[in-house]
Design a protein. Structure first.
Length: 371
């Protein structure tokens, strides 16, 4: 899609035109990834974090939260619950916690892979390539690392470096791909200082990286973080500042589906937080095909407060499971079975003959495939 068209859609306010965007995204979702909604069980296994992201409630210097680390056995129990609930994937997420050694996490991944048919997704921050390689060798299938914004100045302004080096998440995403992971990334919408053109560039970056999974949520100010407390250091001109609204997030989800037809796109917890009644459903009707029921034991999950009033903070795994099944069924969509691998990945690992038989997702795909 042309830049001018993307800009227009992002600024569109007319309900009739927007209904066309939702319909186009929904039809593309149906054609490329089908109607099934895949469930990924989320285990937030540690809220320790070594980093100081300016917007995140888990940042190292936020002293007001009680820190926890789940044991390997507790994580395994969550994985067993995922199997019982019929989920195909377990997502192990934490802050960037160097108190969990690479070896420890490697053992956890190995145990889950030995004891269950689950796909394992890791979302544990910017770790060293050797660690990423060790987890991949232990059987981890997928890795999530949002680049948050493709604007390098804005990224640097809200992500202090660590251990004397600045982050390069785009480079890390390429490393993950080279290691054979299914790679997921994403952004927040409406970060103070984020412009409309930044979002256009985010969409182009999703496409250029040929991502397997793309998570998008509104930026939600956390009052105990520098960005939530003091606002931006870098202020976009008012007419350039993107709102952190629910509607803006749906537009990004829908355009992402049109730009990356085969990607797995979750209807995120942040969307469910800004609209508890309908956020997940509207995400699923405007391009998304994945939801991530929370499996974290209630004792811990209330301490994983990345932003305030996070949805599902006080529910149990059973409650989230029942709630999401009900919502998916009410939409008339089937619940996915199996691992729900991204069609992108299937295309990459299948022999060339099979590849050419697949419908061409997007003309620029072949370019990015060459990487
Ligand atoms: N508002 C919205 N999303 C947030 N995240 C972290 N802090 C916030 C916030 N204040 C998102 C980031 C991160 C993911 C785990 O949660 O995009 O990658
Ligand atoms: Fe930990 Fe942001 S402070 S991920």
């Amino acid at each position: 899609m042309e830049r001018g068209t993307l800009r227009q859609w992002l600024r569109e306010t007319d309900d009739t035109r927007l209904a066309e965007l939702w319909a186009a995204a929904d039809a593309t979702r149906h054609a490329h990834v089908g109607d099934a909604v895949h469930l990924r069980g989320l285990v937030e296994f540690s809220n320790y974090c070594a980093r100081e992201c300016h917007y995140c409630g888990l940042r190292a210097s936020h002293a007001d939260i009680e820190r926890y680390r789940m044991s390997a056995d507790e994580i395994l129990a969550c994985a067993q619950a995922a199997v019982r609930f019929g989920y195909g994937t377990v997502v192990l997420q934490s802050g960037e916690d160097y108190g969990t050694s690479a070896r420890w996490l490697e053992d956890v991944v190995r145990r889950i892979k030995a004891e269950s048919p689950l796909a394992v997704t890791l979302s544990v921050g910017e770790r060293r390539p050797e660690e990423l390689a060790a987890w991949r060798a232990a059987g981890a299938d997928r890795y999530l690392l949002r680049f948050e914004t493709s604007n390098p100045q804005l990224f640097a302004a809200i992500h202090p470096g660590h251990g004397g080096r600045l982050s390069d998440r785009i480079a890390l995403l390429r490393t993950l791909r080279a290691l054979g992971y299914e790679v997921g990334s994403g952004v927040m919408v409406g970060i103070p200082g984020q412009s409309w053109d930044d979002l256009v560039h985010d969409l182009e970056t999703f496409q250029g990286l040929d991502l397997d999974m793309i998570g998008i949520g509104p930026y939600l100010p956390h009052p105990q973080t520098p960005l939530g407390r003091e606002g931006p250091q870098r202020i976009a001109a008012p007419e350039e500042q993107v709102p952190n609204s629910e509607l803006m997030t749906y537009k990004m989800v829908a355009l992402t589906r049109l730009m990356c037809p085969e990607a797995n796109i979750p209807s995120t917890t942040a969307l469910a937080t800004v609209n508890r009644e309908r956020g997940r459903e509207l995400g699923l009707q405007r391009g998304a095909n994945i939801v991530m029921p929370n499996l974290t034991p209630p004792l811990y999950r209330c301490k994983y407060e990345i932003y305030p009033e996070k949805a599902c903070l006080h529910e149990s795994a059973e409650q989230c499971h029942g709630c999401l099944l009900g919502r998916i069924r009410a939409l008339g969509r089937p619940v996915g079975t199996g691992r729900g691998d991204s069609p992108n990945r299937r295309r990459r690992v299948e022999p060339p003959a099979a590849v050419s038989a697949l419908p061409c997702a997007h003309p620029s795909r072949s370019e990015s495939d060459a990487k």
